[in-house]
Each structure stands twice: as structure tokens, then as C-alpha cells.
Design a protein around this ligand. Structure first.
Ligand code: ATP
Length: 225
């Protein structure tokens, strides 16, 4: 199989409200298992598919920076904060493709986000811009919605080296350590005055406490739209 010879770049978008070990540990495992050149963490400015985040985009970006600084291969990417309007992944991938014309791109999603993929703007175009790598996440049931299933089935590959064969278009399901951690739960703990320690990096928690983030009881009711 001819390889492009370039290691793929991983792209992990999210609200990161806040970032936690359920994002970070699977990302590190993907970095190693798929031999990615790097993983770019891309916090959204305005989430397209859910309610307004509880803290500002700049604060969520800072939390991502604090969590990723010092880990080789982890990059904080602020491009969605520099763009007006809702943060659509198709625009983000197009912008990354322009920046990295010769590198395979891997859009990394958790199982829950993957199941909603067919609701994303121009979702079929995503696979023209990047491979899709699904991190297996606990508590999410199969089967896939029919339109997504039909689209994905012919694109599934079973080995990471194939991701280097072309710039985009494959789908890989990659098992990762199951960490049943969610930002929703962390916000709820903080809103109740309980500690989310050991669910997220100390530096992230220190910033949250320092700025008094997620303190309002309303934060615990903020759920996915
Ligand atoms: P919330 O609880 O507010 O919905 P979240 O914890 O799911 O947030 P997001 O920022 O929405 O975090 O997630 C970004 C990406 O990371 C998504 O693709 C999501 O599926 C994935 N992800 C989040 N938590 C985990 C986890 N514990 N294990 C694997 N993937 C995860």
C-alpha cells in the first residue's frame, strides 16, 4: 500500500467546558497508537449543537492551554475563537486543510459525538477533508442512525497505518481507556460546592477556583441542547 509518508494530524474539537481527563487520556493514547504528528485541541467559540457554555470562550481556551502545556504533541488551536459566528467543524477542517495541504487530517470524536455526526453542518463533506477517528466512549449504545451507518460502512478501516495512505476519507474505530468523565458532571459538582478533583488536571481546577468559575447553581442544569 503506497503511503504518503506524513504522519497524520489529529483534530479534537469540543466545548471543553471544562477540559478533563476523559478528553486528555484518550487523546494521548491516540497520539501514540496512531503515531500522529500532533493533536490539535480546538475549543469552539459558539457551539453549533448545544446550549451556551457557562464560561467564556477565552476562559475555556485558557483551560485547554493549561491542560495541554508541557505534553509533547498536544497543541492548543484557537482558530474557532478567531472566526465569527457558530463554530462549524467543516469550516475548521477547511482552514486546517489550507494550513496543512500535505498532511492527513484525523477528526477525532467520542462515540456520543460521532452518533450525532449526521446533524453537523455539511457532514458528508467532513470526510472529504479528514479521516474520522472514533474514540470508543462508555455508556453509548449502538446501532448508528441509518443515514450515518450507510455513509460510514464503506469507509471503515481496521488498521491505523492506512490513515497515511491518503489525506482524508477513512473511518477508524479506536478503543481507548474508558473514563466515564463528563464536563456536565464536573460542572454539577462545582455548582454544588463539591470537588471534581482527580477528574481533571490540577492546573485546570486551580484556575477554575481562582476565577470562581461554574459556581452558579444554574451551571449544574446546563445540559446538551
Ligand atoms: P458535556 O458533558 O458538557 O457534554 P463533554 O465532557 O462531552 O461535555 P465535549 O467538550 O463536549 O466534552 O467533548 C469533546 C469531544 O470529546 C467529543 O467528541 C466527546 O465525545 C469527547 N469526549 C468527551 N468526554 C469523553 C470521554 N470521557 N471519553 C471519550 N471521549 C470523550
Amino acid at each position: 500500500m503506497p503511503l504518503l509518508g506524513r504522519r497524520p494530524i489529529g483534530v479534537l474539537g469540543g466545548t471543553f467546558d471544562p477540559i478533563h481527563y476523559g478528553h486528555l487520556r484518550p487523546a494521548l493514547e491516540l497520539l501514540d497508537a496512531l503515531e500522529l504528528a500532533e493533536i490539535r485541541f480546538v475549543p469552539c467559540r459558539i457551539p453549533a449543537h448545544r446550549g451556551t457554555p457557562w464560561v467564556t470562550a477565552e476562559q475555556r481556551l485558557t483551560l485547554v492551554r493549561l491542560a495541554t502545556t508541557g505534553q509533547p504533541g498536544f497543541v492548543t488551536d484557537d482558530r474557532e475563537l478567531r472566526r465569527e459566528g457558530p463554530s462549524y467543524m467543516v469550516d475548521t477542517l477547511a482552514s486546517l486543510r489550507a494550513d496543512f495541504p500535505d498532511a492527513p487530517l484525523c477528526l477525532i470524536v467520542g462515540t456520543d459525538a460521532f452518533r450525532e455526526l449526521h446533524t453537523w453542518r455539511c457532514w458528508r463533506d467532513l470526510s472529504g477533508l479528514a479521516h474520522i477517528v472514533v474514540m470508543q466512549r462508555p455508556g453509548v449504545l449502538q446501532p448508528l442512525p441509518p443515514p450515518l451507518d450507510a455513509f460510514i460502512a464503506p469507509r471503515v478501516i481496521h488498521a491505523a497505518p492506512a490513515l497515511r495512505r491518503r489525506l482524508a476519507g477513512d473511518v477508524l474505530f479506536q478503543p481507548v481507556t474508558q473514563l466515564d468523565i463528563s464536563a456536565t458532571r464536573i460542572r454539577a459538582l462545582l455548582a454544588r460546592g463539591q470537588s471534581p478533583r482527580y477528574l481533571l488536571p490540577e492546573a485546570v481546577l486551580a484556575y477554575i477556583h481562582d476565577r470562581g468559575l461554574y459556581r452558579s447553581p444554574l451551571a449544574s442544569t446546563l445540559v446538551t441542547a
